[in-house]
Write a protein that binds this ligand. Sequence first.
Ligand SMILES: CC(C)(COP(=O)(O)OP(=O)(O)OC[C@H]1O[C@@H](n2cnc3c(N)ncnc32)[C@H](O)[C@@H]1OP(=O)(O)O)[C@@H](O)C(=O)NCCC(=O)NCCS
Length: 136
Amino acid sequence: METKISEITAEQTHDLRHRVMWPDQPISFAILPEDANGVHFGLWKNEVLISIVSVFLNEKEAQFRKFATETTEQGHGYGSQLLHHMIDFTKSKGVQLLWCNARSEKAYFYEKFGFKTTDETYTKKGIDFVKMQMSL
Ligand SMILES: CC(C)(COP(=O)(O)OP(=O)(O)OC[C@H]1O[C@@H](n2cnc3c(N)ncnc32)[C@H](O)[C@@H]1OP(=O)(O)O)[C@@H](O)C(=O)NCCC(=O)NCCS
């Protein structure tokens, strides 16, 4: 089994985003207007794209979004590998604050990487979100 992480195009993220995050919605749900301004990373297992994350840099801050692992490949550490890679990338770009809007039920997962919850929360489509951030 061979894995590698590389930068990918926004278009390469759309199929996995769609299938993992919004299988019941049209593909347009998987496309962000900001995609052209993002840096997109993918983890490949035996040449198949199985985990993705997108990061949007704004001077000294960056937000990561649309983190997803192929359903059948979750829980094997691939997402964690990709997150570490993305964090190292943002550090190398001089980013000082990395943040995301996390599903509240997933906050404990991001805490393992050093992210801290903030008091900014909201609910969208019945799902609770919390802004999490980390100083780099
Ligand atoms: C969130 C998501 C991207 C994580 O990807 P993943 O590849 O499953 O991540 P990992 O395998 O690294 O970690 C998942 C769990 O497996 C555990 N794990 C890590 N390495 C492992 C390994 N080698 N073997 C077994 N389990 C492992 C992790 O500790 C983690 O456990 P936890 O949930 O109790 O914290 C994935 O669950 C997903 O796509 N979810 C649906 C979309 C979504 O919710 N996106 C994020 C919105 S905030």
